[in-house]
Design a protein around this ligand. Structure first.
Ligand code: AMP
Length: 304
């Protein structure tokens, strides 16, 4: 496995790399969730393809400087994890080369970025789509892998790829969780022991809401109320958002209708100082039984 920092060397390496070229963008501080994305990329690339992982802590997607400053930086350990998980190349460019001082172009998504994390982190998704546009141009992958943990990001990236005509297949990967259900995240390291212990209640609540939906509750205001109450029992937790949305269009739903688009419950909260997000798909409601057919039961059906 090679690590490259220089953009032009990376462009050269990627243009002659055997295809498929599968790309896993990250911000470092890698954990088993990232490892799973990289292993999946390795499987999809096969022995002859190429797996590229980028490690770039993108300042443009942090709107609070302290959050950026506190983000863990563990490049050496990250390289070990990338190698073990099957990466061929790690790309870790420096900020100055990615964003020259007089850099003046950015990419903005105008429809799906307004709510959820986009509302509480202004400029975040512009930072995400701008860095991905740059990385897609440098690496020119055939495929790129993203985690479902960052659901809104995944949907926005699909839109970026479609709208800017990148010839890239976006592969989504299910959320990887700790044994107690907490979604793995680089931010989990910031939780104190007590905070870490209670953080499992997030996924517990998501699963309870899903169970209610499976049992027939289709009114999203009832489900949201239940979710909020569950999350509020977590000590030191402050809720940022709890929403049930159409999982593709990211628009609110009043009802979980039968057989229509899948709904998703998405939450963000702070436990102490640490911001955590998670989400779960809610099942479509079972279709109601067909209305009782009187003609059929009265034996007159064939006369009509
Ligand atoms: P990040 O380094 O946080 O920007 O994450 C890089 C990629 O890993 C993104 O596509 C994330 O959605 C994905 N990812 C992070 N944590 C997890 C997880 N627990 N399960 C699945 N994917 C994840």
């Amino acid at each position: 496995m090679r690590t490259l920092e220089d953009i032009s060397l990376m462009q050269q390496a990627c243009s002659s790399a055997p295809k498929p070229l599968i790309f896993v963008p990250t911000m470092g501080a890698l954990h088993q969730g990232h490892a799973s994305l990289i292993s999946h990329a390795r499987k999809r690339a096969g022995e002859n393809g190429t797996v590229v992982v980028s490690i770039f802590l993108n300042p443009k997607q942090f709107h609070v400087a302290k959050d950026f400053d506190l983000y863990p930086r563990t490049l050496q350990a990250d390289q070990v994890l990338c190698k073990k998980s099957g990466a061929d190349v790690v790309f870790s460019p420096c900020v100055k080369e990615i964003y020259p001082l007089d850099s003046s172009i950015k990419v903005v998504e105008g429809e799906l970025s307004g709510n959820l994390c986009g509302a509480s982190r202004p400029g975040h998704f512009s930072g995400v789509v701008t860095i991905l546009t740059k990385l897609f141009n440098i690496i020119a992958p055939t495929h790129a892998v993203f985690g479902e943990k960052d659901w809104q990001q995944l949907i926005i990236i699909r839109r970026l790829v479609r709208d800017l005509h990148f010839p890239i297949e976006v592969i989504s990967h299910p959320t990887v969780r700790e044994e107690d259900g907490l979604a793995m995240s680089s931010r989990n390291k910031r939780l104190s022991k007590t905070e870490r212990k209670v953080a499992c209640k997030i996924y517990e609540t998501l699963r309870e809401v899903r169970a209610r939906a499976l049992n027939g509750e289709s009114d999203t205001s009832v489900l949201l109320d239940f979710a909020r109450k569950g999350l509020m029992t977590i000590p030191e937790a402050t809720i940022d958002y709890v929403e049930i949305l159409d999982e593709q269009r990211l628009q609110p739903l009043k009802k979980l209708a039968p057989g229509t688009t899948v709904a998703r419950l998405l939450v963000a909260l702070n436990i102490g100082e640490t911001r955590l997000i998670d989400n779960i798909a809610l099942p479509p409601q079972p279709s109601p039984p067909p209305p009782h057919d009187q003609h059929e039961t009265s034996g007159l059906r064939n006369e009509y």
